[in-house]
Design a protein around this ligand. Structure first.
Ligand SMILES: *[C@@H]1O[C@H](CO)[C@@H](O)[C@H](O)[C@H]1NC(C)=O
Ligand SMILES: *[C@@H]1O[C@H](CO)[C@@H](O)[C@H](O)[C@H]1NC(C)=O
Ligand SMILES: *[C@@H]1O[C@H](CO)[C@@H](O)[C@H](O)[C@H]1NC(C)=O
Ligand SMILES: *[C@@H]1O[C@H](CO)[C@@H](O)[C@H](O)[C@H]1NC(C)=O
Ligand SMILES: *[C@@H]1O[C@H](CO)[C@@H](O)[C@H](O)[C@H]1NC(C)=O
Length: 496
């Protein structure tokens, strides 16, 4: 009761202050209505940049490429590492053609072999025949990516099956930290660093000093995003199929997370509307069956990659797609080709937004018709800071967007909705209607939500998006009605 009274007296004073302010500045001087207050937690600058990348490339490469294994034994001879035709510029060209802005390389996998000449172990490129032991894959990778204006990231496996210090807490943590310092001092502008909890249950026990590692990483490179099961900047989505939960919050409680804990995968998959930390999910999956290149494997079909895209990027996540170089040291033509097809399909689907030729009505407008929060903001190319904002309502009223066709002939099978996440993730529940009939009943939206419809919608007049439950008023940065011809053909042409 007291809370309600307090709220309404707040509302009255807000209105009073607004009126007095507008009177005091006079009728003729127009000033813009300020943006609404954010709802915490918020993304950091680096997390926002990460989210906009949508697809990141992972490159698994090392002695496993040559031994044809997924997890090495740690007993591999460095002499097997000999990628005679290694050309990191080819990796970067493949990434650039696929519109990828960040590539992450396995500097060291579980087998302990280092792709750079580390001073702390001889088990590296130094002992290999490649470039007579004078090569540095990490340096080649950084140079090639930078030349194509692609950012770089690094994976350094905590589990190390080769190093004799593994199994002894202090010596191993010292070794691991020394390598982190070596990498982050030598190679600049690393945008993401990847830590995982993968480990054989029969392996020796070691406590990883994660707090020391994370502090050291941020000390050396402050704009980096740290990925692990529990962040602190990017969280694992909880599976390796590239699939986020149908409900997927970028917010979660970090205190409920720990690295390598199998009991939290469900929580990681959906996030937490009450979460106190902004920790968006990354969906890691390989273009092939395995993470490393194997002669016997081939890339996934385009239709599978598109399914993965809708289930990751289309559910408020970033897709981390692994494309492994082969024993020659090049990305296979088949993979490069499939990746290019994938990008081209995404461009085809989203190039045309049917909503642009429609008239758009909304339930209310912050700051009225004179304001700067109009529905036209949902059709421009800014998907963060230009948005439609309704009037403040105390969280009770429903909000809606009505997209009305000028000729009553809309044909689409994908609906896109994006929130202005710079002010916090808000939408809890939404419904979509076509000519009065409900076709979607769903929960979260976040940075991007894609609804791919089971059936094409034909000859539609009006599409209505109703936001029925949200943390505060919803702020919508973009909407789209699209036609996915790849999906359509799968429905009409029987799959082989
Ligand atoms: C390396 O790859 C790049 C990009 O594909 C290509 O332009 C260059 O000629 C290649 N270099 C060699 C030595 O093959
Ligand atoms: C590691 O620790 C766990 C729990 O303390 C124990 O059950 C397991 O046997 C240990 N493994 C090894 C290889 O020592
Ligand atoms: C997360 O933390 C918030 C705030 O402390 C709390 O209300 C919420 O219940 C927590 N979520 C879970 C799943 O424990
Ligand atoms: C690796 O990929 C390149 C580019 O497609 C190809 O020329 C080379 O033959 C491949 N190597 C192997 C071992 O398949
Ligand atoms: C959507 O689902 C919720 C929860 O199951 C239900 O309460 C609501 O009535 C549904 N809305 C429509 C339009 O079907």
């Amino acid at each position: 009761m007291g809370r309600v009274l307090w709220r309404s007296s707040m509302l009255v004073s807000v209105i009073l202050v607004t009126v007095i302010f507008q009177l005091s500045i006079g009728r003729h001087e127009k000033v813009a209505t300020p943006p609404p207050l954010p709802i915490l937690p918020l993304p950091s600058y680096s997390q926002l940049k990460w989210q906009q990348r949508e697809i990141i490339m992972f490159l698994h490469f090392g002695v496993n490429t040559f031994s044809d294994r997924e997890w090495g034994s740690g007993h591999e001879k460095a002499s097997i590492f000999n990628p005679s035709g290694l050309n990191a510029s080819q990796w970067a060209s493949v990434a650039a053609e696929a519109g990828i802005s960040l590539m992450i390389l396995t500097a060291k996998h579980h087998d302990g072999f280092c792709l750079w000449p580390s001073k702390y172990t001889p088990h590296s490129v130094i002992s290999s025949p490649w470039k007579s032991g004078k090569g540095d894959v990490v340096q080649d990778f950084v140079n090639a990516a930078t030349a194509q204006r692609i950012d770089v990231g690094i994976y350094l496996s905590p589990w190390d099956k080769h190093d004799p210090r593994y199994g002894h807490d202090v010596p191993y943590n010292e070794y691991y930290l020394a390598q982190l310092q070596e990498l982050l001092n030598k190679y600049q502008n690393i945008r993401e660093i990847w830590f995982d909890g993968a480990k054989d249950p029969k392996a020796q026990n070691v406590s990883y000093y994660f707090s020391d590692w994370f502090s050291m990483v941020k000390e050396l490179q402050s704009s980096i995003n740290i990925f692990s099961d529990s962040g602190p900047d990017v969280r694992w989505v909880g599976d390796e199929t590239g699939t986020a939960g149908n409900t997927c919050w970028s917010t979660i409680n970090r205190t409920s997370l720990s690295i390598g804990n199998p009991d939290i995968t469900e929580y990681l998959n959906t996030g937490d509307p009450r979460g106190t930390d902004w920790l968006p999910a990354e969906c890691d999956v390989s273009i092939r069956e395995g993470w490393f290149w194997h002669k016997s494997e081939s890339p996934k079909k385009l239709s599978e990659l598109l399914d993965i895209y809708y289930n990751s990027v289309g559910k408020n996540c970033v897709l981390l797609l692994n494309v492994p170089p082969n024993t020659t040291g090049l990305i296979s033509d088949t993979d490069a080709h499939r990746l290019k097809e994938f990008r081209s399909a995404i461009n085809t689907i989203f190039h045309h937004n049917l909503a642009e030729s429609c008239s758009i009505k909304v339930s209310s407008l912050r700051g009225g018709k004179e304001g700067v929060f109009g529905p036209e903001n949902m059709l421009d190319s800014d998907h963060l800071w230009s948005y439609w904002a309704p009037m403040e309502d105390g969280g009770k009223k429903e909000h809606w967007i009505e997209i009305r066709s000028r000729d009553g002939n809309l044909r689409f099978n994908v609906i896109r909705i994006q929130e202005a996440i710079g002010f916090g993730q808000r939408i809890k529940e939404h419904e979509i209607y076509v000519d009065g009939k409900v076709i979607i009943n769903a929960t979260t939206v976040g940075y991007k939500r894609l609804h791919r419809l089971l059936q094409d919608v034909e000859h539609a007049h009006v599409v209505t998006i109703r936001i029925i439950n949200a943390r505060g008023v919803p702020l919508i940065s973009s909407i789209g009605l699209h036609f996915d011809p790849f999906w359509h053909s799968r429905l009409t042409v029987p799959r082989k």
